[in-house]
Structure formats: structure tokens, C-alpha cells
Design a protein around this ligand. Structure first.
Ligand code: ATP
Length: 251
């Protein structure tokens, strides 16, 4: 069963802080990729990270997803201080809680749609592939008919749908999307954004999405952080930032 469906969004009451970073810094040699970054993402948010090239967006997303570790500072996911877990615990925690969607889809070319989507579950030892769940997922995302196709036989938009289905296969609570739509044409972009919105509402999955496009932020995000040179310049609800931008970058 899908645990994400059980809980309501909890409007009105205090929403859970799903992701919280405290003064995280990341350096690569002499490059300061992130400089004392604090963000707080609450349950049910669609949180946009926007900023010019090299602002630190991907670095931040990778740290949130446990693909890399901060040089300094603390990352808390659903109340767990990630740095205090052992590597093994981190891996398990990540698989159970976090799904990743990348710009280039990163599908396995030798596996068909079904097997690509089921792949993360087969990685998770002690977890068997729930065929019913995979079938439901493929149905929900309009991919059932395509289940036997290979990635090379699909359009970019279809491949991104498969990548999103794969990210949802382990029933994560958080979906991290790195430029999920930047390789797609406007119409396909719109349909993928609608899909993400639907996933957010239906499964109450919290989404963090990197984008270069303000139109993406305006269309689906509830909150946004504007980054520049490794720092968060401004953060808040999308309506707040669009109506009262405080920084030059935001304007
Ligand atoms: P883009 O929009 O171009 O993807 P970004 O906002 O995602 O940019 P990052 O990719 O996070 O920015 O990069 C932030 C800074 O850190 C850049 O100066 C980049 O060159 C540097 N950087 C990122 N990853 C590495 C790495 N693995 N080794 C060295 N430097 C890195």
C-alpha cells in the first residue's frame, strides 16, 4: 500500500518540516559552492530552487538527496539528522524517503519501461517488487500501454514520465527534481509540470525542483529560494516573492 495517501496535507495546522538545512557549506577545493545555506521545506510544498548557472542549485539538491555530504552544517530530513546516520543507514533512509528525477532521465537503455520503473525496488534488499503497485503507478502516469517499450522508442516527455514513475516506485515522501523539464518543448513541459502537481496533491509528496525558468516557479511552486553565488538571496512563498521582491536578483 502507498503510505503517502494516508495523510492529509494538514492545512491550518503546523506542517511538518520535511527538509531543514542549518548553515550548510560545501567547498570543492577552493570553490565555495554553497555558503551557509538555510532552507526549510514543509510537507506538501513544491519548493523551487532558482538561480543563474553556478549558483549552487545542483550542489544543494545533491546534498539534500544524500548524493554528497556538506563540508559544514546540518541537514535534517523528516526530523533525522542525516550526518548522524551511518553510511548504511543513510542509504536505506534515502531509498525509503527520497526519489530523484534528472534532466537527462537516466533510464537504463537495456531495460523496458516496466523494468526501469521496478529497478529501484529491486535494489532495496528485503523489499520485494510489489507488481500491483508498479502496475498502478504505470497506469496513473499513462504508461501501462508502453510497459514493454524501451527508452529509445519513447519521446523525451514519455521518458521523463518513466523516470518520474521510477522515482515513485519506492513510495518516497520527497521528490527531488533537477531541471526535470529543461530538455522538453513547452507543451511537454506543461504536461510534466501538471503531472508533478498531481503527484504532489494526490500522494502528498513534497517536491523540490531546480529550474532556470520563472514560468515553472509561477506555474507549480508554492515556495521558492533564489540562489546566487552559493547563497540564498531570498526565500518565501511564491505569491510573496512575485508581489514584493526584496532583492535585486528576485526583481
Ligand atoms: P547550473 O544551473 O549551471 O547547473 P548550479 O546552480 O546547479 O548551476 P552547481 O552545479 O551547484 O550550480 O555549482 C556551484 C559551483 O560549484 C560552481 O562554481 C561549480 O563549478 C562548482 N562545482 C559543482 N560541483 C563541483 C565538483 N564536483 N567539483 C568542483 N566544483 C564543482
Amino acid at each position: 500500500t502507498n503510505g503517502n495517501r494516508e495523510t492529509q496535507k494538514g492545512e491550518g495546522k503546523l506542517r511538518e518540516r520535511v527538509i531543514e538545512t542549518t548553515q550548510i557549506t560545501k567547498t570543492y577545493g577552493k570553490v565555495l559552492a554553497l555558503d551557509h545555506v538555510d532552507i526549510c521545506v514543509k510537507r506538501g510544498d513544491i519548493y523551487g530552487l532558482i538561480g543563474e548557472n553556478g549558483a549552487g542549485k545542483t550542489t544543494l539538491l545533491n546534498l539534500l538527496g544524500g548524493l554528497d555530504v556538506p563540508t559544514e552544517g546540518k541537514i535534517s530530513i523528516r526530523g533525522h539528522d542525516i550526518g548522524s546516520l551511518t553510511r548504511k543507514e543513510q542509504t536505506i533512509f534515502r531509498r525509503r524517503n527520497i526519489g530523484f528525477v534528472f534532466q537527462n532521465y537516466s533510464l537504463m537503455p537495456v531495460l523496458n519501461v516496466y523494468d526501469n520503473v521496478a529497478l529501484p525496488v529491486t535494489f532495496d534488499k528485503g523489499s520485494h517488487v510489489d507488481r500491483e503497485h508498479i502496475r498502478e503507478l504505470l497506469n496513473e502516469l499513462g504508461l501501462w500501454e508502453k510497459r514493454k517499450r524501451y527508452p529509445s522508442e519513447l519521446s523525451g516527455g514519455q521518458q521523463q514520465r518513466v523516470a518520474i514513475a521510477r522515482a515513485l516506485a519506492t513510495s518516497p515522501k520527497i521528490l527531488l527534481c533537477d531541471e526535470a523539464t529543461s530538455a522538453l518543448d513547452p507543451q511537454t513541459t506543461a504536461s510534466i509540470l501538471e503531472l508533478l502537481q498531481e503527484i504532489n496533491r494526490k500522494f502528498n509528496i513534497t517536491i523540490v525542483i531546480i529550474t532556470h525558468q520563472m514560468s515553472v516557479v509561477r506555474k507549480i511552486c508554492s515556495h521558492v529560494a533564489i540562489m546566487k553565488s552559493g547563497e540564498i538571496v531570498e526565500t518565501g512563498s511564491v505569491s510573496e516573492i512575485f508581489s514584493h521582491p526584496k532583492s535585486d536578483v528576485a526583481r
